[in-house]
Design a protein around this ligand. Structure first.
Ligand SMILES: Cc1cc2nc3c(=O)[nH]c(=O)nc-3n(C[C@H](O)[C@H](O)[C@H](O)COP(=O)(O)O)c2cc1C
Length: 364
């Protein structure tokens, strides 16, 4: 049993209810964008078992959205059950970014998030993503222009800075608040760190202390209630954006809410419920994509279902090569037999097998 303080204090930086402008979030735990994973079927599946306070799409290129690129339109595909929803955009040209925000407002999303954290070369070489944290004048002007072009809340997701010598997040946080940004998410790593090492909670704390009113969501490496408790206690953040932890344990949002309300730390989600979730996730993929495409998309996530379901190597190999709904149904039946009789599932200690950019950072 975890030793956690059951109730943590509400404070100036951590209101009882997080508001992004006029949008009140139902909880302080949100789903962070994970390109390749946080698509509509996954968001819907998670919302059905444990709704996050807010879910965000994968990052989308604002310019590609305005020309209605097929791939980009797929990334922003949504439906009424997929609320509240934020679409994350990236780009550097004010006219395009403002136009994209206006288009999304008409499209009906609840908020627009600007990506300033992405470290990959494809995004930073054009000055977007985390490279925006190196050019204060144009970045602040861009953010102000976007805020002024729409009525829905604009938020920013950023890192601590480019590297340890340029920890610009507190400065930007202050300036973005003045520009009218409704909230911030801070991934507690620098661009130079990529996804290596640990998040720096004191860096997130510096951002929380830099703003006056707007909510700051801490982000990075939260995979358990203990991690969440530490993030909240050490940074004073208003809430937490959870990425990889939600892939491994979608119930994390419900667990955190319950812990906050009651102090209860018991793990949620039995083997049977996990199998039902996997089944639902696959069927949503088929419903919103083609069967063939659903199979290809599912291959990417099959391993993290197997990490918890532990159906054995042979079934895992079949699942990552899945090629039809019929085959999937047959595998689900076989896993059902294997897990029969097991009790509550436990989070494995193993590192999550989620691909992150690696190798020399200049090559990302
Ligand atoms: C595979 C992958 C894809 C990601 N895609 C995005 C993205 O599209 N936009 C973004 O702002 N951050 C993205 N991130 C960063 C996450 O949102 C988050 O900041 C980071 O993973 C740390 O949080 P976590 O430990 O809870 O996952 C991505 C991370 C991973 C691992």
């Amino acid at each position: 049993m975890l030793e956690l303080s059951p109730v943590f204090p509400v404070s100036a930086s951590r209101p009882a209810v997080i508001r992004l402008g006029g949008l009140a979030l139902r909880s302080r735990y949100t789903l962070a964008p994970l390109a390749g994973y946080t698509n509509l079927p996954f968001r819907l599946a998670v919302r059905e078992v444990a709704p996050p306070g807010l879910a965000t799409t994968d990052l989308v290129n604002a310019r590609a959205m305005l020309v209605r690129s097929r791939r980009t339109m797929e990334l922003i595909k949504t439906c009424p059950a997929d609320r509240p929803l934020s679409v994350q955009i990236y780009g550097t040209e004010p006219a395009i970014m403002c136009e994209a925000a206006k288009w999304l407002e008409n499209y009906g999303v609840n908020s627009v998030d600007i990506n300033m954290g992405c470290p990959v070369h494809k995004v930073v070489r054009g000055g977007g993503g985390s490279a925006m944290m190196c050019d204060s004048v144009s970045t602040i002007a861009l953010v102000r222009a976007i805020v002024e072009s729409v009525k829905i809340p604009i938020t920013v997701k950023m890192r601590l800075g480019w590297d340890d010598d340029q920890l610009t997040a507190p400065f930007f946080a202050r300036e973005f608040e003045k520009a009218g940004v409704a909230g911030l998410t801070i991934h507690g790593r620098t661009r130079e760190q990529g996804f290596s090492g640990h998040v720096k909670l004191d860096g997130i704390r510096a951002v929380v202390e830099a703003v006056e009113r707007i909510p700051v969501l801490g982000n990075g490496d939260v995979r358990s209630l203990a991690d969440a408790e530490r993030m909240l206690r050490e940074t004073g953040c208003a809430g937490i954006a959870i990425g990889r932890g939600a892939l491994l344990n979608p119930w994390t949002f419900a667990q955190l809410e319950r812990w906050e309300r009651t102090g209860e730390t018991r793990f949620l989600g039995t083997y049977r419920e996990r199998l039902t979730l996997m089944d639902r996730h696959f069927r949503l993929l088929v419903e919103h994509q083609t069967e063939r495409f659903a199979c290809l998309t599912f291959r990417k996530v099959a391993t993290w279902y197997c990490k918890v379901l532990k159906p054995g190597r042979a079934i895992q190999q079949e699942l990552v090569m899945i090629d039809s709904l019929r085959h999937f149904e047959e595998i689900v039946e076989r896993i059902g037999e294997i897990i029969e009789g097991r009790g509550a599932d436990e989070l494995p200690d193993a590192e999550m097998n989620i691909k992150v950019p690696s190798g020399p950072i200049e090559h990302w």
